[in-house]
Design a protein around this ligand. Structure first.
Ligand SMILES: [Zn+2]
Length: 423
């Protein structure tokens, strides 16, 4: 039912029967488009019952290709023990311990479908691990370019998955440059190389959009009042908004509303949370701009939020506006405290990016943006186990503890320039 790809800037159509990257005219992000009217005639949400609990249960609205699956998706929607009407969508239970599994399952599925052989990614984070795992499962090569001081978990898992890991003496921007140089080489086309960087490959959004379908299905086909999402590249935010649009066209959403009455649209207020040390979307939102400026000297321990200018910035800001959402920042200290708090109170050892949602929720409740009766979904995007090197700090930071002072000693907090993950 996939009919074509469409540029999100100029609307240009591209054929979906071959690998595509971004719009050749304006560099816009390409979205997969389906014959939703035909899907509506042949498939209903009721037919999902009894299907395997993975993101591929939604294959009616995904490209028709043999999935490369490790059981990703359909993660738990946990009711908060602390706040009634708050749910925590725990993406840390995905294969490779993060939400990146969804996007890379879809991207590697399509890469194999198109006969691509060598998949390249510049990444210092969870996307690298996810690519390595899915490439292993698909029998294609993963070529990962990471800074040599990358977090241990990501380097070791890539190595074990058999990926070709190139440790670059430099920053993630230097890794991206390596991939760019490779693209200029003759071997790139001849040997079936492909760059699976965030939003420069159309199917990672398709994988991530299944989070939107799951939120609806797990809440009885009703949408919450709000979704708080840690925003680095913002692919999940784009994907979920796309899912809501598709579900409306498919007639899958209940007309009943959850919680408090909302005038107009049933769609949730979309809230983007970023780290105070790298908050280009928050800044652009506060200034009323439609695109973000490059954030200089990006620094935060939440590696997935170290994105100085997301490629899909114009789409993220448009979604915040259309959904009457907002953008909030959280400092590293607030994030660390929230990570520990969630672990103790909820039993969830979250990635720092995920715990940032708790910081944002507290601020939005205190400011009256959300009411206690509003149903709000907070996304924990990964497992804290992938971040042991930055989370290994004592509760009150004993002054002589050797690991104290994340900001000064940990490679994750170093100053970085250029375009950065969460590739
Ligand atoms: Zn375009």
């Amino acid at each position: 039912m996939l009919t074509h790809l469409e540029c999100t800037r100029c609307g240009e159509h591209y054929p979906a029967d071959r690998p595509q990257t971004v719009c050749t005219k304006d560099g816009g992000v390409l979205y997969a488009r389906y014959d939703l009217a035909a899907i509506k005639r042949t498939f209903s949400a009721a037919r999902l019952a009894g299907r395997a609990p993975t993101m591929w249960r939604y294959d009616a609205v995904l490209p028709d290709a043999d999935p490369v699956s490790l059981g990703e998706g359909f993660t738990p929607m946990l009711p908060s023990r602390e706040y009634p009407n708050v749910f925590i969508k725990d993406e840390g239970l995905n294969p490779t311990g993060s939400f990146k599994a969804r996007g890379l399952s879809a991207a590697v599925t399509m890469a194999r479908h198109f006969g691509l052989k060598k998949l390249a990614i510049p990444s210092a984070g969870n996307a690298a691990g996810a690519l390595a795992a899915y490439a292993a499962a698909a029998g294609v090569e993963a070529h990962i370019f990471m800074p040599k001081d990358v977090p241990a978990a990501n380097r070791i898992e890539c190595d074990h998955y058999g990926a070709h890991v190139t440790l670059v003496d430099g920053l993630i921007s230097d890794c991206a440059r390596k991939v760019a140089e490779l693209k200029e080489s003759e071997a790139w086309k001849k040997d079936g190389w492909f760059d699976v960087s965030t939003t420069k490959e159309p199917y990672r959004v398709e994988g991530k959009k299944t989070m939107g379908y799951e939120v609806a299905e797990q809440l009885g086909w009703k949408l919450p009042q709000g979704i708080i999402y840690p925003t680095g590249g913002g692919v999940g935010l784009l994907g979920m908004w796309k899912a809501f649009e598709e579900m409306e066209a498919l007639g899958w959403l209940s007309s009943e509303k959850l919680g408090s009455e909302r005038p107009g649209s049933n769609r949730p207020k979309m809230v983007c949370v970023q780290a105070a040390g790298c908050a280009p979307i928050v800044k652009a939102w506060e200034e009323g701009k439609s695109s973000a400026e490059m954030w200089t000297n990006a620094a935060t321990l939440a590696a997935g939020l170290r994105v100085p200018k997301p490629y899909g910035d114009y789409l993220i800001l448009d979604i915040l506006k259309k959904s009457k959402g907002t953008a909030v920042s959280a400092t590293d200290d607030e994030i660390l405290e929230a990570t520990r708090h969630w672990a103790k109170v909820e039993g969830i050892f979250a990635a720092p990016e995920g715990a940032a949602c708790l910081v944002a929720y507290r601020k939005l409740r205190a400011g009256g943006f959300f009411q206690p009766e509003d149903t709000v979904v907070l996304f924990n995007t990964g497992s804290g186990l992938k971040y042991l090197d930055v989370l290994d700090v004592t509760e009150n930071g004993a002054p002589d503890a050797p690991v104290r002072g994340v900001a000064s000693t940990k490679p994750a907090a170093r100053q970085i320039g250029g375009i950065i993950g969460p590739y």
